[in-house]
Design a protein around this ligand. Structure first.
Ligand SMILES: Cc1ncc(COP(=O)(O)O)c(C=O)c1O
Length: 410
């Protein structure tokens, strides 16, 4: 299938929601000068596979006994575009709603017409909170916000729904579990607030996770004994989908598994969940040449040719989100033509901001214009394969994708 990059841009979903929101915040419409982007056929792009997303959600739903899924789509939808992902997932009945960290992402989802629940995990001040609640964005809280919530409820003439985050050992956000009871009691006593849920996050240390779950369930039980209604309880990220069925609770809260990527390489070799990668990074070969024995490549002459060898330059570097560590063992798949398949070639030398180089071998086996696949859904070039080969985290592979790269939904 031949993709025209211009067509991606014209599809309307190509500009990441975060980017368009920022622009609208910074520049009043009257002074925006519209210029037609002159992107190159050779520039990299990101593909999002709607069928794989749909499949992964169904797989997760089967695994969790059809519990509702609160899809974590923070950090620009794990690189796929927060608006793209929400629009693709919203129609699925298994999806209860979405969780994001950044306030602007939450607003951009409402701007894009997303109607399902949006849980805001990130920080906000009182004005942000008021604006968010007015748009049906549900805040995650963990500090004594009672008076602020009273004011907002009074203004909106309705109770403010919240999820309360309890820290059972991750030490990040969340009220420490041993201080949670008075905080939750205070919130529950207010008519201005509706506790829609309580939540925690695992450290993903398998043994300690059990202790965390015990702390959470005991804290919840003691509050419920007082007659306090806690709403839906949730804790399970992708890791817990594999490791902790006892933590599925009322709702599950995965991110990475939805994108079809195993958060830990060892999970690939179990048959707990069949996941199909839904995010790919591709570009074209821009230059092919022969290095002579002794020639160097990369900054600091990181590579020295032991013999005459063909190399190909690819227009993807760490500024695009391709990690510098890729030069420590990752391989890129290069096709002849626009079909799947092709061969894997090692990344050599160093990954610079906008380029990397692959070693093609003793023969000139690739040509300018061939498609280069950095990761996709094919065995050998899955994100987990790149991660395993060079030590880059799969989270960094997708979440660090430059938001300015075009997104193409297949
Ligand atoms: C609070 C919270 N819940 C759930 C997730 C989803 O995690 P994962 O992508 O590992 O499933 C995250 C992501 O880091 C998170 O911060």
């Amino acid at each position: 299938m031949k993709h025209s990059r211009r067509a991606f841009l014209e599809a309307g979903l190509a500009v990441p929601a975060a980017l368009s929101t920022r622009q609208s915040l910074l520049e009043p419409a009257s002074v925006v000068s519209v210029s037609v982007a002159k992107d190159s056929f050779f520039d990299p792009w990101v593909e999002i596979h709607r069928e794989n997303l749909r499949y992964n959600v169904q797989e997760i739903s089967l695994r969790v006994g059809a519990r509702p899924i609160l899809a974590v789509i923070k950090n620009n939808g794990y690189g796929a575009g927060v608006g793209n992902i929400a629009k693709l997932l919203e129609p699925q009945k298994e999806i209860l709603g979405f969780a994001v960290v950044k306030l602007h992402e939450a607003h951009s989802l409402r701007d894009a017409g997303i109607r399902k629940t949006i849980l805001l995990l990130g920080p906000f001040d009182e004005q942000d909170l008021s604006d968010a609640v007015a748009r049906n964005i549900v805040p995650m809280i963990y500090t004594p916000l009672g008076p602020a919530l009273n004011k907002i409820a009074e203004r909106l003439q309705k109770p403010v729904p919240v999820h309360i985050c309890i820290d059972t050992g991750i030490g990040r956000v969340g009220v420490p579990y041993h201080q949670a009871v008075p905080l939750v009691r205070d919130v529950a006593a207010r008519k201005s607030v509706h506790i829609q849920g309580v939540m925690m996050t695992f450290t993903e240390d398998t043994d300690f996770d059990k202790e965390q779950l015990r702390r959470f369930t005991e804290t919840c039980a003691s509050l419920e004994k007082e007659g306090i209604s806690l709403g839906k309880k949730h804790a399970a990220s992708s890791f817990a989908l594999f490791q902790h069925p006892d933590a599925f609770l009322d709702i599950v809260r995965p991110g990475m598994a939805i994108y079809g990527i195993y958060s830990e390489n060892e999970f690939r070799h179990t048959n707990i969940l069949d996941l199909r990668p839904a995010i790919s990074l591709k570009s074209r070969v821009i230059y092919v040449k022969k290095l002579r024995k002794g020639d160097s490549a990369g900054y600091n002459r990181a590579y020295l040719a032991k013999d005459d060898v063909w190399v190909a330059t690819l227009p993807v570097g760490h500024a695009d989100g391709w990690p510098r560590t890729a030069a420590k063992g990752a391989k890129v798949r290069i096709n002849s033509g626009d079909r799947d398949g092709g061969d894997l070639y090692p990344v050599i030398a160093s990954v610079s901001a906008s380029h990397c180089i692959v070693e093609v071998g003793v023969q000139e086996r690739v040509k300018v214009g061939d498609t280069a696949i950095f990761f996709d859904a094919q065995p050998g070039s899955r994100p987990e394969d790149v991660s395993e080969a060079c030590g880059a985290s799969v989270y960094d592979l997708t979440m660090h994708l430059n938001p300015l790269l075009p997104r193409c939904i297949l």
